[in-house]
Ligand binder design. Structure first.
Ligand SMILES: [Fe+2]
Ligand SMILES: [Fe+2]
Length: 221
């Protein structure tokens, strides 16, 4: 999507864009690690309330990761990698759809429901297959064609986009980009944003690894 190019290059001049900024593959990989950690925390939490909190955190992190990829990463792959990029992005979107369907059920299912953990395991199996595709197929090709500066700019764009994405999964969530721009995203149905009122783990439970995952969007609203 050529329309993204000015956005990505503009971000290169962003004051927030500094030497410490991660590349896109580093940013995506870090997210994948954090999402796995949240899933593990659902399993190991000792009380039902804690399991519910980590379920909410997991849902939120995975949904916004996936939608931000669809809005930022995949269009750039299609733009930069041509036909191969389109094919890769189509595989990614198909894999996302499978994960989102499970996530939509999981987000409102109690962890003490006998179907909860089998569903979580199915979701994680599909997710790991998808993560493998992104890390082994998408990222090497994209990093090869992007300069380090462009890669950092894309990572910055990806991170910023995550902050204004609705917090819950919905089956109508796109497997193609559905917001034309940020204004359209902000005009999304208010019920999406009401979900910010849902319970999340207290900051202290999140730990250092999740610093970028802290629900700062809650504080900004
Ligand atoms: Fe991903
Ligand atoms: Fe993905």
């Amino acid at each position: 999507m050529a329309a993204l190019e000015p956005i990505v290059s503009k971000l290169s001049g962003d004051p927030a864009h500094d030497e410490d900024q991660r590349t896109i593959s580093e940013a995506i990989g870090a997210d994948h690690g954090v999402i796995d950690l949240y899933a593990e925390n659902i399993k190991t939490a000792s009380t039902l309330q804690e399991k519910i909190e980590w379920r909410n955190q997991f849902t939120w992190a995975l949904a916004r990761h996936a939608v931000s990829e669809e809005l930022t990463l995949y269009p750039v792959m299609e733009d930069k990698l041509g036909q191969k990029g389109k094919e890769l992005a189509d595989v990614d979107r198909g894999q996302h759809m499978a994960v989102k369907k499970d996530l939509y059920q999981l987000q409102d299912m109690s962890p003490d429901n006998k179907n909860f953990f089998p569903l979580l395991d199915t979701l994680l199996t599909d997710l790991h297959e998808h993560i493998e595709h992104e890390s082994q197929e998408d990222m090497p090709r994209l990093e090869e064609i992007l300069s380090r500066e462009e890669s950092k700019s894309l990572a910055n764009y990806f991170e910023k986009t995550k902050l204004i994405i609705p917090t819950r999964s919905h089956p109508s969530a796109p497997n193609k980009p559905y917001f034309e721009n940020f204004a359209a995203m902000l005009a999304a149905p208010i019920d999406k944003f009401m979900d910010l009122l849902r319970a999340f783990p207290e900051q202290g439970k999140l730990g250092d690894v999740s610093a970028s995952e802290a629900p700062s969007v809650v504080q900004k609203s």
